[in-house]
Design a protein around this ligand. Sequence first.
Ligand SMILES: Cc1ncc(COP(=O)(O)O)c(C=O)c1O
Length: 403
Amino acid sequence: MNREYFNQFSTPNSLASINDLSPEAQKAPESGIMGIKDYAAGKEGVIPLWVGEGALSTPQFICEAANKALLEGETFYTHQRGMPQLREAIAAYHERLYGRPFSSDRFFVTGSGMHAIQIAVRLCVGFDDEVVLPTPAWPNLAAAVTVAGAKPVEVPQHFTPEGWKLDLDELFAACTDRTRALFINSPANPTGWVAELDELQAILDFARKRGLWIIADEIYTRFYYGEGRKTAPSFYEIANDEDRIFFVNSMSKNWAMTGWRVGWIAAPARLGQKIENLIQYSTSGVAPFMQRAAATALNDGELFIAEQIERARVGRDKLLRAFAGNNAVKYAPPMGSFYFFFGIEGEQDAARTAQRLVDEANVGLAPGFAFGQSGSAFMRLCFATNPDKLDDAISRLTTWLSR
Ligand SMILES: Cc1ncc(COP(=O)(O)O)c(C=O)c1O
């Protein structure tokens, strides 16, 4: 068939346009984090600290488990909820963290933490419903709500040099008849805010009273810098197994597996069939070789996690030392996660600042507007990176700031 043949059909209306897409797809925002990465593409020598991952690749013993499974022919469809061996490994991991028994029936394997969030939102939020979330927040949380045809309602947290604060009265006041869920990410990306146990208790009490769901994103719980406890305060410490909570989690950060795309949901076991159905209709399950690797990571990865946490702690200390007393920057010491979220004196347009930092300082940071209105004058730096790179980035930034 020649071009003439096709041309006879091609009126302007025959071309697919964005207006032809569903309203939900049209409203899906571009990620502000990816925007700066694209801007810097091809620029030599930029130290990239914009995404949330460290510099270490996945440890060999984890990769070997995947290799072995592949070579042994584990290349078929598998359990939609996750292989029993992996679900048991996740349960055992929780038992070690929280010192009480967990049934593997509560855990559902997903194709990443992001997929866990997608499914959790789909499970409890419908068209035109509202989900209330404290911000600044990782943009994908609100975007997952938008893509589901629902409305994210931001509750801006308050910056103080001691830490970001969540006003619980403001959080509760933001809930309307349309609200179906609260999205609580603690330790938080990007602010490093960590909810105290009594704040989690107040949120849980409110949610119980109002029949709301909580989507609890505690993926950074191991990266906690407070005194007196090893992990950040968690809903696991106060909730019972039947509460309306979807915990979303991921292999990405603890085990340096960002490129693998494996995560999980923890939820009341009796909802299992519905959760399985949504997995069936989205990914139809996670590849078995990846599940074998994930189980190995969970069972044998504690030493590696300790190394990752130590790296993040050292990176955090370096930043706090480097910026102490520097009036050109404002920040609250992060109490968890692995991001340094800071404002720069005289710089209000974070998008422009991020570009200038790429061009003039050769450092790549994520602009704060990506994380909601209340973060718009801030920049996010991931400090879980290679220590030498971080030293370089700090020295470039301090030079740029004193220009
Ligand atoms: C708060 C938060 N939740 C969930 C995720 C999802 O992680 P992944 O999709 O890599 O498992 C991220 C990733 O950066 C995150 O920061």
